[in-house]
Design a protein around this ligand. Structure first.
Ligand code: UDX
Length: 443
């Protein structure tokens, strides 16, 4: 099939590379530099395996990025994969979605051959797909030739390619069976046969399912962090053990109970707040979602207070923050807890250095606060430090070990914000504290 994808960001590019295994894909992207990088085979996003696959698809002529609509001809499907960032008040900014929908409606005569399916993949408030696409197609009496579908993605950064090929479920929110069958025929040659089911539902339920899914995962994390706060006051209790027991209940599942610095990234914070605003606009209160967000926002402060409990006054202390990305295996720092930890440390007068394995890529896109240096040289970042705060659980920290990390430091003081190390791994010479359990000395 011939497929156009509007937006070549994390979702659009990953989806385009995966779909071009079996289909002819064109990526329409507004950022010319991004278009040129993609067509050179250089992925602008850090995604394991993406560069290699991208080069292969380009060489096969199955995939190409476009900056303008000049070369767009008839398509079988058009995906909308543009960003829906949070506004300052938590509301969902739909300006990119509106532009993409306008583009499609204004180019229907070029795009529409026999039958065209328009697939909204961007995370949008329920009702958006109908308002921006279905109603407009209906007004032009084209519903017999153009279908509209909401098809959420559940891709995690760092594993987007695997998640694309092995989804737990493929949700297709649509009105007619024809729309469902066309979208299923797009994915069928791509998705591994033992992947999860195709779910045929209506558009609004699919839109809401995406928000509910991310908000529930965020809820699991904040729940675990709340129980961790309790466990820290009970000598002997360990949140890891507690949530292992909880997760063994087949109704619950053990995943996403990892307590620590809290969640960041381009989705959980945005989608939890976005769903709260959707509810607010409907006059519905969301005390659970509000609490999830409140608990999460307190995590960086928890880590800095832990450090203060070890060092006393933080003023003029040289503190190294380990990890800048919002999670390992990505260079994305959106809503990263590390950014808030850095701010809190600076507010208390600390001299902050940052380590991240991808620091050279990150600092090209991220303006760090004044006085903060970032490096991918672990020894350099830790030399003469009075303390370190581990915020992102990059494998290199576990691999280096506590002795390895602290031997460059002026004093061996470490706050483990991701429970990377077990108590047994903590030499008595190191002042160590983590979330969800009391310090060994206090048990
Ligand atoms: C998430 C969803 O997993 C994905 O389905 C959706 O499509 C997009 O949002 P992503 O944000 O890329 O994916 O990363 P994810 O691996 O889910 O982690 C999100 C945040 O939660 C990270 O900051 C991570 O550190 C944190 N996290 C995750 C925890 O704090 N504890 C956990 O147990 C798991």
């Amino acid at each position: 099939m011939k497929i156009l994808i509007i937006g070549a960001g994390y979702v659009g590019l990953s989806t385009g590379v995966v779909l071009s295994e079996s289909h002819e894909v064109r990526l329409l992207e507004i950022d010319r530099a991004r278009v040129e990088a993609i067509n050179r085979g250089e992925s602008p996003i850090y995604e394991r395996g993406l560069d290699t696959l991208l080069k292969e698809r380009l060489a096969e002529g199955k995939l190409r990025a476009l900056h303008t609509s000049d070369e767009i001809g008839p398509m079988d499907a058009v995906f909308i994969c543009v960003g829906t960032p949070s506004g300052s008040d938590g509301s969902v900014d739909l300006s990119q979605v509106e532009s993409a929908a306008d583009f499609i409606m204004n180019h229907l005569d070029e795009l529409l051959k026999d039958y065209l399916v328009i697939i909204m993949k961007s995370t949008v408030p329920p009702g958006t797909t109908r308002r921006y696409l279905v109603d407009r197609i209906e007004d032009q009496h084209l519903l017999d030739r153009a279908g509209v579908v909401f098809n959420p993605e559940f891709l995690r950064e760092g594993t987007a390619l695997d998640d694309s090929k092995n989804p737990d479920r493929t949700v297709i929110g649509c009105t007619t069976s024809k729309e469902f069958e066309v979208v299923r025929s797009i994915y069928e040659p791509i998705i591994d046969k033992d992947s999860g089911p195709y779910l045929h539902t209506n558009i609004e339920s699919a839109e809401l399912c995406k928000y509910a899914s991310n908000s529930f995962l965020a809820t699991k994390i904040s729940f675990s962090n709340e129980i961790a706060n309790i466990a820290e006051q009970i000598p002997g209790a360990d949140i890891g053990e507690v949530m292992k027991c909880v997760g063994l209940d087949s109704r619950i599942s053990p995943r996403f109970f990892g307590s620590g610095a809290g969640y960041g990234g381009s989705c959980f914070p945005k989608d939890t707040l976005g769903l709260m605003r959707v509810a607010e606009d409907l006059g519905i209160s969301t005390p659970i979602l509000s609490a999830v967000d409140t608990v999460n926002k307190q995590r960086p402060l928890r880590l800095v207070n832990m450090l203060e409990s070890l060092l006393g006054n933080l003023s003029m202390q040289r503190v190294t923050v380990l990890g800048l990305a919002f999670k390992p295996n990505t260079d994305d720092t959106r809503y990263s807890p590390a950014l808030r930890v850095i701010e809190l440390l600076q507010n208390r007068g600390s001299i902050v250095r940052v380590h991240d394995p991808l620091a050279p890529r990150i600092v090209q896109k991220l303006e760090l606060p004044n006085g903060v240096e970032a490096t991918n040289d672990l020894e350099e970042s830790l030399t003469d430090a009075d303390a370190a705060v581990l915020v992102t659980d990059w494998p290199v920290y576990k691999e280096t070990g506590l002795s390895g990390l602290t031997r460059f430091m002026k004093s061996a003081v470490l706050v483990d914000g991701r429970r990377v190390f077990s108590e047994e791994e903590v030499p008595s010479s190191i002042q160590y504290i983590t979330v969800g359990r009391t310090k060994k000395s206090e048990t």
